[in-house]
Structure formats: C-alpha cells, structure tokens
Design a protein around this ligand. Structure first.
Ligand SMILES: *Cc1c(COP(=O)(O)O)cnc(C)c1O
Length: 373
C-alpha cells in the first residue's frame, strides 16, 4: 500500500449534484465538466459514479473523451477545446459532441463527415468576452445559417464562457450575458431547438439570467462554493481529502537545521515527523515553512522545504507515532484544512491546487454503491 492517498467521498459528490439539480430546477440541464482528471478527483471513476445524474459531461480534449467512451460511459460528452484536423475522425467515430468555433474548422469537419459518412454533433462557441476561443456573435449567426443547410452537421448547442464572475453585480459577466442573449434574439436562432449554455460555477450561484438551457458548474459540483453563495447551495461540501501516514519519527536538538537549504532551524529540542508526500505528487513546494497538517485532531506546522517525496512536521512535545494518520487536506476531529487555505498560502486558486495532484497518489472512492450493470 502506498503511504499517502486521496479520498473521494462519492456520496458527498452525489449529494452536491442533487442539491444543484434542485437549485437550477428541472427545466435547466446540468453539464459536469470533468476535464483535467475531473479536477484531480479521477476522470473515469467520477464519470462512472455520476453519469446517470447529469445530462452532459464536458472535457477539454478529445483524448479525455475517448478515455470515457472506452470506459463505456454512454452519457453525451462535449469536448470544449478548439479542435485540430487530425482529431476530427475520433470526434466523429466516438460519438462525441464537439465545439465548432470558426468557418474554417467547419470546412475541415465537413470533409471528414463526407469521408466517414457521419453527421457531426457540434456546439457553436461564441466569444462574448473571454477572448480565448469562439466566434464573434455575428460570425456565429451567419455560420449557423450555413450549417442548417448542410446535412453533415447537427448543431446541438450554442455556448459561451464567462471571463469573470466574482460577485453577483459583476459588470463584465452581465455584459457577456447580454451579448449572448442579444445574439440569440437574431431571427436565425429564434425558435431553434438548440441547447444554449453559458454558466460556470460562480454564475450558477450568482446569476440566474445566465442559466439559459444548461449550466456547466464544475467547482461547485466538487463542493467549492463562492464566498456569497446563496443558502440554497448550503449542504454542498468538498468530497476530496488528502491523507498520509507518518513515515518517520525523530528528535532534533536546538540549533539543528531541517531539510534542503536548512531554511528552518529548531529553536529548542523538539519532535519531528516525516510525511511521505511532496511536490512530486503535486503538493506544492510553496507550502515550505508555511503549510500545516492535522495529526490526532491537532494542527502542526510544516518545517523546512517540502521535498519531492516528503516533508517534515514539528509536533513539539506531543506523542505522534510512525503510522499515525496525517490529514493534509480535509477534516480530522474538530480541525479542517481546505483546498482554499492551501491555495491562499500558495498565492493561487483552488482549481490549480486540485489539478496538480497527479497519478502517483492513489485515489480511494468511499461510499460507492456498486452499479448493477
Ligand atoms: C472548466 C469549464 C467550466 C467549469 O468551470 P467552473 O468554474 O469549475 O464551474 C465551464 N465551462 C467551460 C467552457 C470550462 O472550460
């Protein structure tokens, strides 16, 4: 057994999804983006656990979508990223919905459709302010009029992505919603059977006018609420914990330096334990001399630099033994350390902290009800 692991509480994840479904109402569909290994939670296991609770899964790359299809996930999957010519064959043959964001790409797709005798299920991406990928609204309007006449294409949806959304009164987000709505009022789109979607996690919490026909919240589904999230989302909690077992115990003397570079020196005789997790797992080196862990329901500081595979913790005069459970992210007794706390210490966002945990740490899925199929 590996001495460190990530626990994913599947029951909590399902509870989060159920709460979100109630909050958005039965007329709005739910798409769960599970790109980047489902934000570190594990792509295929997460998809398997929740596939029947969502209308759509979304990923960034065709490679992620193919992994899901090979794992027998039959739910509609939308590939969000801009496509490349050599990916179109897989997008068509694995029955994936994908993003169309220019007339040039539409021509590439049409060539493949003719070659493979398949219909492309596409969502037009409109740039309303993110300036990453997507067409200007007027380009999307004229391209849709063209594609309607082309039997190669089944235009399933049309979407955009928000660049901001840190508060309910966010001016930029409101301008993007307005631009998206205005475009959809063009006669070309009125009365069309398209899934219109825009909202990410913050918009799902703050901006009811961003819902349209489907929402795409990921961080919220994984349990991370925005600071002034409405009460209807209370009950949503993280389902991700990071734990390890103490691998070594020693006593160090006053004046002795610890870890690479001796960035910490003991002021007095103290007990030090080693935790077998490091930046090689995705546990950030920025936590050197700053982070904390929980052992026996108490908080203890990381001392010295975080190494590739391990780091040291000062437990003072307390009794801690090799094999004791250490919580790096999650709860233990009355204490907790959140992904947000870690992100703040590392001067980044919780998304990055979650995504950086790689495959070296095994993931354990708790409270799974085995599927009967
Ligand atoms: C990742 C992503 C989302 C989900 O964002 P959250 O902030 O985690 O809700 C939604 N839409 C698109 C296009 C994305 O790339």
């Amino acid at each position: 057994m590996h001495p460190a692991w990530i626990e994913i509480d599947i029951a909590q994840l399902k509870k989060n999804l159920a709460l979100i479904k109630t909050a958005i109402g039965s007329k709005v569909r739910l798409c769960l983006p599970i790109k980047a290994n489902a934000y570190g939670h594990g792509l295929v296991p997460v998809a398997r656990a929740i596939a029947n609770m969502v209308d759509y899964l979304a990923v960034a790359h065709v490679t992620e979508a193919v992994q899901l299809r090979e794992a027998k996930i039959e739910t509609p999957i939308l590939v969000l990223g801009a496509i490349h010519d050599e990916q179109i064959g897989d997008l068509l043959s694995y029955n994936l919905d994908f993003t169309l964001s220019s007339a040039y790409k539409a021509r590439l797709v049409a060539n493949w459709c003719e070659k493979l005798r398949r219909v492309a299920r596409v969502h037009l991406e409109v740039d309303t302010g993110m300036r990453r990928t997507g067409m200007r609204p007027e380009t999307a309007t004229s391209l849709y009029a063209e594609l309607k006449k082309n039997r190669c294409f089944h235009v399933v949806g049309i979407y955009s992505h928000l660049a901001t959304g840190s508060s309910p009164s966010d001016v930029i987000a409101h301008a993007q919603i307005d631009a998206f709505s205005a475009m959809l009022h063009d006669p070309v789109f009125v009365g069309e059977n398209l899934i219109r979607h825009l909202a990410n996690s913050t918009a799902t919490q703050y901006l009811l006018t961003s819902y349209f026909d489907m929402v795409r919240p990921a961080m919220l589904c994984f349990g991370y609420r925005a600071p002034s999230s409405p009460d209807k989302f209370c009950g949503i909690k993280p389902c991700f914990s990071l734990k390890a077992r103490v691998s070594y115990f020693k006593v160090i003397e006053a004046g002795e330096g610890i870890s690479y570079g001796h960035t910490h020196t003991a002021r007095e005789r103290t007990r030090v334990v080693t935790v077998p997790v490091g930046y090689g797992d995705g546990y950030r080196r920025a936590l050197s001399n700053r982070g904390e862990v929980l052992i026996g329901g108490k908080r203890y500081p990381i001392i010295g630099t975080v190494c590739m595979d391990q780091f040291m913790v000062d437990v003072g005069t307390d009794s801690v033994f090799v094999g004791d459970e250490v919580v790096l992210i999650g709860e233990q007794g009355p204490q907790s350390i959140g992904v947000n706390d870690i992100a703040t210490l590392c001067e980044t966002i919780p998304y990055e902290i979650l995504c950086l945990f790689n495959e070296r740490i095994p993931r354990k899925y708790l409270n799974e009800i085995p599927s009967t199929s």
